[in-house]
Design a binder for this molecule. Structure first.
Ligand code: ADP
Ligand code: MG
Length: 572
């Protein structure tokens, strides 16, 4: 279809609005255009966090020379032409808004050569005004270069995060489309480094290897269709769901490994995230989330993509059917393909291996027999605990103690977390984190988003005792870890940090790293403790500055006062 400006009637029906919020939005719109143009190769080059430059190059159908300028008019599109088309959108774009919106806030150069044309054309625009145009040689396809994004919009610039954060958003967008289009060869370069490269051979698993690394890829299960019902779409009552899901052995500590696509459009949906997690119910440890890449194929009239300017949200005509189909597909895949997962197995993978008991209660890293840890220096206990007498342990999770003013139930994990958190913060500020060298350096693979975060925050991790150095393509060597984490799941800690720490200032980082180390090295609920261990824990809790809450802010203890007890038992 040639590019035409949409009629007013159609414009009034589209969810028009701002599509360029940050550099990653530019990348998303340009990549979507390249995909709509049927490209089999898309290369994305980014500099200066995307504000300096974003360049997307493809080998798609190109824009006919007579239409290049028109493509930058608002609501000019070749993808829909009538109201009926709006009801059955098959392309990723359809509003004719991206190019003009980008051109309005940046400097844009486009070089394109359409199928059947022997010579290409170029056009340069600055702040939406054409500055230069002409013909130029180019093989079939389109290259769009966006420079100095938001230079004339300081209010926007101010809201952008650090280049590392913007880069990680960009890497995420490209990763998502690489997962949705395994038949397309993607290459992403950030400041001259190759951040992602997919083979474009049509195999989703090969894209997964590139995006998430081997460890996850080896644990991915292909979603199975439902036999005949699946083959005849017309007869099917539920929409086909395809993709891959992680076996319960590769759960993650946040939801950023859940990808949803509707007819291969990347969307966000809390409802679908919930549905997927429900399907894993009972298979993952609390607080863990699955890895899933899910594409739902719907007929155009079964989904409305025209409800949000950035097209990342959609409305399903029959939400129940979609959710049901997704859950069924996941359950079936887990049951058929995963070796019956047991909660215990999951626990050994993610929980701490059992350790020599005495290590639990020593001050960080001193090893050997229980020792006294010094109170947090420079912080006088502000809300001190009374002296407590230990009565016993409840459900292997809570310590029951008696104080002068009543009965205390202490959550052993939360309390230990608080103790370790303060120790770690204190040791860091005195450069006293005890470090354990690993016998052999451990190679550690990261995804493109984590890569950006790690690059920007080596030093913060080093201050906490992690010695991590780059080792080639998105791989790092870990040579040392904090003693506290030595025999624990330190890989999980680093992953969790890289996933949660894309932005934020240094203060945030310090606190989050300390929390994560404390959380992963603290004694777990469900672990039986000896009397000595309980006594040592309480003694250390008495020393901390803020004994009543864990670093996440949850209570470490519940007190039942003698007065409350009397009232409960009806005594005056
Ligand atoms: P939309 O994608 O909603 O149509 P855009 O502003 O993103 O709107 O693009 C306008 C038009 O420019 C598209 O409809 C398409 O015809 C053309 N176009 C943009 N990018 C490309 C590309 N990479 N290859 C081919 N044509 C493109
Ligand atoms: Mg578009």
């Amino acid at each position: 279809m040639p590019i035409k400006v949409l009629e007013k009637e159609i414009v009034s029906r589209i969810a028009a609005g701002e599509v360029v919020e940050r550099p990653a939005s530019v990348v998303k719109e340009l990549v979507e255009n390249s995909l709509d143009a049927g490209s089999s190769q898309i290369s994305i080059e980014v500099r200066g966090g995307g504000v300096g430059m974003v360049r997307v190059m493809d080998n798609g159908v190109g824009i006919p020379s007579g239409e290049v300028e028109l493509a930058f008019d608002r609501y000019a599109t070749s993808k829909i032409g009538s109201l009926e088309d709006l009801e059955s959108i098959k392309s990723l774009g359809f509003r004719g808004e991206a190019l003009p919106s980008i051109a309005a806030v940046a400097q844009v150069d486009i070089v394109t050569c359409a199928v059947g044309e022997s010579v290409g054309s170029y056009l340069s625009l600055k702040d939406g005004i054409v500055e230069n145009k002409g013909s130029q040689g180019r093989s079939q396809g389109t290259t769009v270069t966006v420079r100095n994004l938001f230079r004339k919009v300081p209010a926007r610039l101010k809201f952008l995060k650090s280049p590392a954060t913007e880069n990680s958003h960009i890497a995420n967008v490209v990763s998502q489309y690489a997962l949705a289009f395994p038949e397309v060869k993607f290459a992403l370069f950030i400041d001259g480094r190759v951040v992602l490269r997919t083979p474009g051979n049509g195999q989703l698993i090969d894209s997964v290897i590139q995006v998430y690394g081997l460890e996850i890829a080896q644990n991915m299960l292909e979603i199975r269709g439902e036999g005949k019902e699946w083959e005849s779409r017309a007869a099917a009552s539920s929409p086909p769901v395809t993709g891959m899901i992680g076996s319960p052995a590769v759960s993650r500590s946040n939801r950023s490994y859940l990808s949803f696509f509707v007819n291969r459009r990347w969307i966000t949906s809390r409802l679908l995230a919930w549905a997927v997690e429900e399907a894993y119910h009972g298979l993952l440890m609390p607080g863990k989330h699955p890895v899933a890449i899910i594409n739902i194929s719907l007929l155009p009239n079964e989904v409305d993509v025209n409800i949000h300017p950035t097209k990342t949200e959609v409305k399903f005509q029959n939400e129940h059917a979609v959710i049901g189909a997704v859950q069924k597909a996941i359950r079936r895949t887990l049951i058929e393909l995963a070796p019956a997962p047991k909660i215990e197995e999951v626990a050994t993978i993610y929980g701490a291996p059992s350790e020599p008991r005495q290590v639990l209660w020593t001050s960080a890293g001193s090893g050997g027999s229980p020792t006294c840890s010094p109170p947090v220096a420079g912080q006088t206990p502000t809300v001190s605990l009374p002296v407590l007498r230990i009565l016993g342990q409840l459900s292997s999770s809570y310590i029951i103690a008696e104080g002068p003013d009543g009965l205390y139930l202490i959550d052993q994990h939360a309390a230990h977390e608080r103790i370790l958190f303060e120790q770690v913060i204190n040791q860091r500020s005195h450069q006293g984190i005890e470090v354990q060298g690993l016998l052999e350096p451990v190679a550690f693979e990261v995804n493109p988003k984590q890569d950006e975060t790690l690059r920007a925050h080596y030093e913060n991790l080093a201050e906490f005792g992690f010695s991590i150095e780059p080792f080639g393509d998105r791989t790092y060597l870990v040579r040392a870890v904090p003693v506290l984490l030595h025999q624990k799941d330190w890989v999980g800690v680093v992953r969790e940090l890289l996933d949660s720490l894309s932005g934020g200032d240094k203060g945030d980082w310090i606190e989050k790293i300390a929390i994560s180390i404390a959380c992963h090295s603290a004694v777990r609920a469900g672990q039986e403790l000896t009397d000595d261990e309980m006594r040592e824990l309480i003694r250390q809790l008495e020393q901390v500055a803020i004994p009543h809450t864990c670093p996440h802010g949850r209570p470490t203890m519940i007190r039942l006062s003698s007065g409350q007890l009397r009232r409960e038992f009806g005594r005056s």
